[in-house]
Design a protein around this ligand. Sequence first.
Ligand SMILES: Nc1ncnc2c1ncn2[C@@H]1O[C@H](COP(=O)(O)OP(=O)(O)OP(=O)(O)O)[C@@H](O)[C@H]1O
Ligand SMILES: [Mg+2]
Length: 356
Amino acid sequence: MITTTGLTKVYPSRGREVTALDGVDLHVREGEVYGVIGQSGAGKSSLIRCVNLLERPTAGTVTVDGQDLTALAGRGRRAGKELRQARSRIGMVFQHFNLLSSRTVKDNIELPLEILGVSGQERSRKALELLDLVGLADKAKSYPAQLSGGQKQRVGIARALAGDPKVLLSDEATSALDPETTRSILQLLRDLNRQLGLTVLLITHEMDVVKTICDSAALMKKGRIVESGTVSELLATPGSELAQELFPVGGQASGPGRTVIDVTFHGEAATQPVISQLSRTYNIDISILGAAMDTVGGRQIGRMRIELPGRYEENVVPVGFLREQGLQVEAVEAPDEPANVPAQAAAPALVKEGAK
Ligand SMILES: Nc1ncnc2c1ncn2[C@@H]1O[C@H](COP(=O)(O)OP(=O)(O)OP(=O)(O)O)[C@@H](O)[C@H]1O
Ligand SMILES: [Mg+2]
């Protein structure tokens, strides 16, 4: 539904050049909720602004619903007719709501329809329908100043839906909200995604947002996408930084000369019998250092950090046993013992996690 290829954005900045996007290839499938996560300055907002051509990319292409937007003329407020039309099919939700304070809630929602030249009666009908959809049917005549943050964002979402978009872009829509309101707004986005078949591309710096509603996610660093995939794929990727942040487990080795591993299991696959089998089969004592169950991307997943006696090289057979049971196993490097782990398993994120 959304594809970018080689998307690059260079801003001129006081005689220097800032590369905000450095060849981003993004692919968002129809009907999914796709989260882009990254630290401040990673280029997330630049990405979303280039996707709807609020910013014209320096290089690369943006295709939304089969249409190459980069081929259409104009940009920002000076967009040509075709681009304006294409853009009306892309809704945008902002962190600070961007509502007009002098207009009522209903008039705020009608604004994009006014710009599209929709008749007064039709605008009014649509606005009331959307207010109902976002649960604010009784607030039509209120002004933004009379609403809570969560209610303002609901208006922002209703306004974004005015042009019957197929795609909704959201830049930190919940960052200004408290945790409970965040949950209700995320739930609303999820419901709209399901009810309307809306494809959602959202930008966030909160892992919880990804965990709650995203089907897929990408991690951005310095203008590049360094990891991406469905949440299940990411969780099954050894060394994935996103997976580790989505699902952290703590616990440190009790001493030198021991092997610490993270065992991840999905759904019903229970680790308990496997761990006791492992212990019996190889006659070893296993300590559980940490464990957690959670729902990520709508699926139950569990992770357990266990410690085996002996160095990693001595535990190749037990580790193989766990893998044979269909469990995902990753070695965690001990802070004082870099030699504990084979080079390819020593992902930086795991080292960081192990040191906690
Ligand atoms: N209009 C602009 N002119 C010059 N530089 C810009 C402009 N917009 C963004 N940048 C620079 O581009 C880089 C990426 O910025 P961007 O706003 O996309 O990051 P971000 O990931 O959204 O960060 P945040 O999480 O803080 O919102 C930053 O170095 C920023 O300073
Ligand atoms: Mg930003």
